[in-house]
Ligand binder design. Structure first.
Ligand code: SF4
Ligand code: SF4
Length: 517
């Protein structure tokens, strides 16, 4: 039979009512949906190649609790991502007014009232530790909940799939259309889909660069082609990656590219909530008709009617009834699909649900099922998050507005002057994090008879050099420390460099050594 006739027959079968009415009318759609007519899967021949080509996934639209949660998370996360660069925050004159800004020109990261300098990059380490521990904690509590709801790959793929359903139709319509020859309607739908995908991808790349410069100004410059080339290059690159990852690669990113499923599989335990098919309740699976026949013969039948709705809605195209699967991102959409089926056939919901391995075992053994959220690993992860978060909060709240770092010259380590004195050289960097210019006095302690000279200083006060540093600036200076004291065998001698702002304030200090022969 020619392909055109096959498609015509398939379309006809989809629109015609079944000649034999099933026992439960509400099941007609479900049973038909198992394999849409004309679209039966290929039988395995036994000599398939080792390489398995991708089977395109056509996720079916679904409604329910977890779908609503996913929509809400999508709206909030994308709303934050796209709009945050336009949120303003007043930091004073000559300071950037963008609430969240990574300013490469000055080497600063601004986050509302927090300003991180390059010298404070250890806060980034703290943030990474908190992020990792939060991921571990999420995993210990509810498996790959990050993957299912919050991961950017999931969020953008969800959006792209919504666009696809809107332009090309839901699963069954899209499946049939993909098997048709290219008609004007099919071309128009595909073109609309790719146009919308590229628009979303382009805006995604565009929003990213807005975090690196004043957003309103950059938008104006981009529109008038006056923005730097690197901005256009990054927008182009991110447009391409978003379009490719969310539009084309989708579940393959989760299954083949992302390391987290492998790490997560090693971290999970039997008390973690995971999307689980309750096989103790669902098996042996049987259609309503078959279940009735089994019951008539006094045999047991499970609640699963094998309608495959849980597979059809799955964004990664897997069958959760087969047990834990690397491809399952724990999005909960199969729960919604199965709940709808259970509601239609009048059976209790949550044949698929968030559950633990221990609970299934407990039910099978007739014991009470419960969820233990307080476990050694959840306590450990929470403690590390609180500890690191606490340390970061305290250091941020008590950090000084002045900073000083000192580096001893590597070569020469010391110089003997003609009058017998010893001299060491240092590079110092002074940080003035205040919004006013400051004059600092530099003092050195710990070295007997120390004389301090700063090349290019702005005079001295009581023998201490004065160094001027502009508002919100750093200044690097060269310092020479000379002593006529006899150091003997005590070298190297620990020294403390201290800066004190003329306007008061806590100042700052740093330690180094004076090296002799
Ligand atoms: S688990 Fe639920 S949705 Fe999946 S095949 Fe069984 S009855 Fe259908
Ligand atoms: S099996 Fe269920 S929870 Fe897992 S990815 Fe598919 S729909 Fe989501």
């Amino acid at each position: 039979m020619c392909p055109g006739c096959e498609i015509a027959l398939a379309a006809h079968a989809l629109t015609e009512p079944p000649s034999v009415q099933p026992a439960h009318p509400a099941l007609a759609d479900l049973v038909d949906a198992k394999h849409p007519p004309g679209l039966e899967p290929d039988e395995p021949s036994g000599d398939e190649p080792l390489y398995a080509a991708r089977k395109k996934v056509y996720p079916q639209r679904v409604t329910g609790t977890f779908r609503r949660i996913k929509w809400a998370v999508l709206l909030v996360t994308l709303g934050i991502y796209y709009l945050l660069p336009f949120v303003r925050w007043d930091r004073g004159l000559n300071e950037p007014s963008q609430a969240v800004l990574i300013d490469f020109a000055t080497g600063r990261f601004y986050f509302f009232f927090i300003e991180i300098w390059p010298q404070e990059v250890y806060y980034l380490t703290g943030l990474l530790i908190i992020a990792a521990m939060t991921l571990f904690l999420m995993n210990a509590v509810a498996g790959r909940i990050w993957c299912g709801y919050l991961c950017p790959q999931t969020v953008w793929t969800d959006l792209f799939q919504a666009i696809e359903r809107w332009t090309e139709g839901d699963r069954r319509e899209h499946l049939l259309r993909d098997r048709q020859p290219w008609t004007l309607d099919r071309v128009a739908r595909a073109a609309a889909k790719h146009f919308l995908w590229i628009m979303v991808a382009w805006w995604t790349g565009g929003a990213w660069v807005l975090y690196f410069a004043d957003a309103p100004t950059l938008v104006k410059n981009l529109a008038t082609f006056q923005a730097p080339f690197v901005a256009y290059a990054f927008i182009g690159m991110l447009t391409f990656t978003t379009y490719a990852l969310a539009g084309w690669m989708r579940e393959q990113v989760c299954v083949y590219m992302c390391p987290w499923p492998r790490i997560q599989a090693a971290l999970t335990d039997e008390d973690a909530l995971n999307v689980t098919y309750r096989y103790d309740r669902g098996e042996p699976r049987a259609s309503l008709k078959k279940a009735a026949a089994l019951h008539a013969h006094g045999e047991a039948a499970g609640d699963c009617i094998d309608c495959q709705q849980c597979i059809h809605v799955c964004p990664t195209g897997i069958d959760i009834r087969g047990g834990p699967n690397l491809g399952c991102i724990q999005c909960g959409l199969c729960i919604d699909a199965c709940d709808a089926v259970m509601a239609k056939i009048g059976r209790p919901a949550r044949l698929i649900g968030y559950d633990t391995d221990n609970n299934i075992r407990a039910r099978q053994q007739g014991r009470h099922a419960s969820f233990k959220i307080v476990r050694p690993r959840t306590l450990l992860y929470a403690a590390v998050i609180l500890l690191v978060g606490g340390i970061m909060s305290v250091t941020l709240a008590t950090r000084r507005n002045d900073g000083l770092s000192v580096i001893h010259d590597r070569n020469p380590l010391f110089v003997r002057l003609s009058d017998g004195a010893l001299r060491n050289g240092y590079a110092i960097r002074i940080l003035n994090k205040t919004l006013q210019p400051q004059s600092y006095e530099l003092k050195v302690s710990g070295l007997p008879d120390a004389q301090v000279e700063v090349i290019g200083s702005e005079g001295s006060s009581g023998g201490s050099p004065i160094i001027y540093v502009g508002a919100d600036q750093t200044r690097e200076m060269r310092v020479l420390v000379t002593t006529h004291a006899q150091l003997g065998a005590g070298s190297p001698i620990p020294m403390t460099f201290t800066i004190v702002a003329a306007s008061g304030g806590a100042g700052a200090s740093a330690t180094d050594h004076f090296i002799g022969p």
